[in-house]
Ligand binder design. Structure first.
Ligand code: PMP
Length: 361
């Protein structure tokens, strides 16, 4: 068996220890006589898995009591609609959005179908290379919420701070940053994230929502798209993605064993600094993102000539460094450095980059 260093933006690498544990438990989970995949979601065995996963997540993120944790499906993309359906009671309700990249833009487009949506700030004019200065944001204090994307997976723009510009609850798409560092959950009204980066496999979507926001869905909201339905049913209003939930639980246990999110933040910051240091220290590679908002999780970079991209990627694959091609909408390279990517993988990437520069620079 040979496992590559997988720099994919998602679905992304999972910790090897988690995969080994899942392998060991694949045919029979503990003494259940069946695989987790084969257990009823109502069984005692699965309920214990589900509850332990939620308890571990609550501990890792220090989630306050008055927040519900929902284990849903539909990806972060479904949240682009669920958020306005649940938080904008009618079409005249206001929602403010910050546009810092492709995922913000998708969320904005979808929300526009359901309410009075305003883009309060955008960095589109500068190819999403920065976060617009918060004192320029045109927020509406009576908005039902202010939405932003703390980490733009494609552009590699990350907020290293929480905005304090509006009284409206903050709603955030944390798909590619949740669990990469500690956060203060109480600063947010609602947090959502697709699982396939730092949480577990694709097919699971986490929502962490303040309880007082559960009562304002518009009347026409389908029951399965209503957070209150899932909150009341402990995310078992219908059959939940049981195996993905179990795997996420294994990831949470692994994170606790690493020392929790303080440790992950230290490790992740060092990995990012290693790679940005190599990029900034060369005249060959370039980062398109302003220095103060460079993502720890997704590091886009370009070569001096796009003609070299093919050779760079082919050589990288040969060296066991996989999935470095930038998103098709922006080109160049992108290295995703989620929790499961070890420092050794980043060191190997930097060594390869330096060698490639010597041969082509
Ligand atoms: N938001 C962000 C920040 C993402 O990175 C992604 C997926 N890469 C999405 C939303 C869409 O997620 P999904 O495919 O789970 O719907």
């Amino acid at each position: 068996m040979s496992r590559i260093y997988n720099f994919s933006a998602g679905p992304a690498a999972l910790p090897q220890a988690v995969l080994e544990r899942a392998r060991d438990e694949l045919l029979e989970w503990q003494d259940a006589g069946a695989s987790v995949m084969e257990l009823s979601h109502r069984s005692k065995a699965f309920l214990s898995i589900a509850q332990a996963a939620e308890a571990d997540l609550r501990e890792l993120l220090a989630i306050p009591e008055h927040y519900k944790v929902l284990f849903l499906q539909g990806g972060a993309t479904a949240q682009f609609a669920m958020v306005p359906l649940n938080l904008l009671p009618d079409a005249s309700s206001r929602a403010d959005y910050v546009d810092t990249g492709s995922w913000s833009a998708k969320a904005i487009k979808e929300a526009g179908r359901y309410g009075d949506v305003q883009v309060v700030a955008s960095s589109k004019d500068t190819q999403y290379d920065r976060i617009p200065a918060p004192d320029q944001w045109q927020v509406r204090q009576d908005a039902a919420y202010l939405h932003y994307t703390p980490n733009e997976t494609i552009g590699g723009v990350e907020f290293h701070w929480v905005p304090e510009v509006s009284d409206a609850p903050l709603v955030v798409d944390m798909s590619s940053t949740l669990l990469s560092r500690p956060i203060d959950v109480s600063r947010f009204g609602l947090i959502y994230a697709g699982a396939q980066k730092n949480i577990g496999p694709a097919g699971l979507t986490l929502v962490i929502v303040r309880e007082d926001l559960l009562d304002r869905a518009r009347a026409s909201t389908p029951a399965m798209l209503n957070y209150a339905t899932h909150a009341k049913a402990d995310s078992m209003a219908n059959t939940p993605p049981t195996y993905a939930w179990y795997l996420a639980g294994l990831v949470f246990q692994w994170l606790k064993a690493q020392g929790g999110l303080d440790t992950m933040a230290r490790v992740n910051e060092r990995k990012a600094q290693t790679l940005y240091g190599a990029i900034d220290g060369s005249d060959f590679y370039r980062s398109p993102v302003a220095a103060d908002c460079r993502s720890w999780m997704n590091v886009p970079f370009t070569l001096p000539d796009a003609e070299l991209d093919g050779a760079f990627l082919a050589g990288a694959e040969e060296a066991g460094l996989s999935s470095l091609k930038g998103h098709r909408s922006v080109g160049g390279m992108r290295a995703s450095l989620y929790n499961a990517m070890p420092q050794d993988g980043v060191d190997a990437l930097v060594a390869y980059m330096q060698d490639f520069e010597r041969r082509h620079g």
